[in-house]
Design a protein around this ligand. Sequence first.
Ligand code: FAD
Length: 307
Amino acid sequence: AFDVLVIGGGPAGAAAAVYAARKGIRTGVAAERFGGQVLDTLAIENFISVPYTEGPKLAAALEQHVKDYSVDVMNLQRAEKLVPGKDMIEVQLANGATLKSKTVILSTGARWRQMNVPGEEQYRNKGVAYCPHCDGPLFKGKRVAVVGGGNSGVEAAIDLAGIVKHVTLIEFDSQLRADEVLQRKLRSLPNVRIIVSAQTTEVLGDGGKVTGLVYKDRAGGDTHRLELEGVFVQIGLLPNTEWLKGTVALSARGEIEVDAHGRTSVPGVFAAGDATTVPYKQIVIAMGEGSKAALSAFDHLIRTSAP
Ligand code: FAD
């Protein structure tokens, strides 16, 4: 049995594992894919103190740092069920095994909802982007579209308008769904065009990078083509918490509810990173939260465990 069992091996999980292991307690990490979203990222320019790195390189460094300690790393393992108990918490894996631990840190991250249109996957990281805080500066002076007119889409469009040459916001519905104050701000910007009732049907490219986007006017039925260099998809971030429904308290959006210490609604179960209600989904934030959850788990252990 473990003292601390971390579920998820992204930045949050890796940080939690290092912090737990450094307390000299039995630490394990079970991850479906060690590295997490970082593996799908190319340039990373906001990992503070490292001006430039690339996702796969950072993912390898995360794994190496964890393996420098005596951590039981179980990669390619998917957790399917959390069973709280008085002294021991159980985690059931897809392979049929059950892991037991005194505390558990949930750090299963999230995934961006995709449009599922031709060109989206092909041009991912080649003009198709999901994170304006991360990739906005790469499009300085260029033309971009933001797909999605909810709060995140409109916030992204406002943010990008200050960096890029021109932003086209594309919303499927007949009106934007963002808060009125954000819509007002967006409409005041000179280099933004808003198109509603528009369904994005294809991302165009030249084989190497994005060159445009095709959308269908849902009212008239015509198809239109926009020439641009970037497409930011902002149609939702889905936390990987489906397996926790009914066990730990989740927000309406499915995020694990945590307090300032990273505690969930279940004693002994902590959470960190993109899977939680903590705002702004970023690598440095996930790492800080993962470290915090491990320190909270340690604090829980010294208060509840027999010596
Ligand atoms: P994740 O990285 O999502 O890791 C989750 C982990 O949990 C993975 O190991 C996954 O396999 C595992 N997992 C999921 N479900 C289960 C399960 N049921 N059982 C076991 N394991 C499970 N942030 C920045 O700060 N800078 C950037 O430049 C940047 N660029 C980005 C570019 C892209 C394309 C994307 C997608 C994201 C980017 N981000 C960037 C965001 C950043 O990657 C995330 O904020 C960060 O990875 C979150 O870390 P996490 O550990 O919470 O979750």
